[in-house]
Write a protein that binds this ligand. Structure first.
Ligand code: ZN
Length: 242
């Protein structure tokens, strides 16, 4: 099975459309959450994702904040502003859709969460120490996560007590070894200083991981964000990818 894996779209329809065009055909789509927040196109992004066949979609912390599962006060003021704006924009149907998303799911040989297997919606897996702890919280060979917006593979090989971090190189296919926690990076707001949209194709026959980066029209997104008076900081960061 050829599986398209996306995360952290963040209401950036231009990036999402570029990824879907570039990805070609796939058997299933696994979306790891944060469909909305920051970007100017929340309804369009939710509707695009919902319309795709064989979809498994998780809830992210921004999605949860919008549907009020978590207190928006835990976000910084600019992120909170964007969450409030997003809530005003979203149709009731799209809000209902977000409110039904699971925070953790096991599919094929993988566990899917937004943040981490220990704390599915909220924990940021930013180092090998946290990753090592989290291997005890899932059973499958692989766990796919988003949330940090940073492409990464944490590997806990047989007999090893501590996970190692591998930074995947874009456009280079690699074979995933068990057990691994893997992050495909962010479609709509990359934070690794590479502004290109990130996504991956996971092939279940041989566990190959094809992680890709592609350019998209960032200025078009910035223009829409300006028109909606979204925070300047969120407009600027797209250009440099931070
Ligand atoms: Zn996010």
């Amino acid at each position: 099975m050829r599986i398209l894996i996306l995360s952290d779209i963040h209401a950036n329809l231009t990036a999402l459309e570029a990824v879907l065009t570039h990805a070609g055909e796939f058997d299933s789509l696994w979306c790891l959450g944060d469909l909305v927040g920051y970007g100017p196109d929340p309804n369009e992004c939710v509707e695009t994702i919902r319309s795709l066949p064989n979809l498994t979609c998780l809830i992210g912390n921004h999605d949860a904040a919008v549907i009020d599962q978590m207190d928006a006060a835990t976000f910084n003021p600019e992120a909170r502003l964007s969450i409030e704006w997003t809530l005003q924009q979203l149709t009731q149907e799209n809000l209902t859709y977000l409110s039904q998303l699971p925070n953790r799911i096991v599919v094929e040989n993988a566990t899917l969460v937004h943040g981490s297997p220990r704390s599915p919606t909220f924990e940021y897996l930013l180092d090998t120490h946290l990753a090592t702890i989290n291997f005890a919280y899932f059973e499958t060979p692989f766990c796919f996560v988003g949330h940090t917006h940073l492409p990464a593979q944490y590997l806990l090989a047989n007999g090893q007590g501590h996970a190692s971090l591998i930074i995947p190189q874009p456009n280079q296919v690699m074979r995933l070894a068990a057990r691994s926690i893997i992050n495909p990076g962010s479609v709509g707001q990359p934070r690794d200083r590479d502004p290109r949209a990130a996504y991956a194709i996971f092939e279940t026959q041989n566990n190959s991981w094809d992680y890709r980066r592609i350019p998209y029209d960032i200025q078009a997104v910035q223009k829409r964000m300006k028109a909606h008076k979204l925070p300047e900081r969120h407009i600027q960061r797209l250009v440099a990818g931070w």
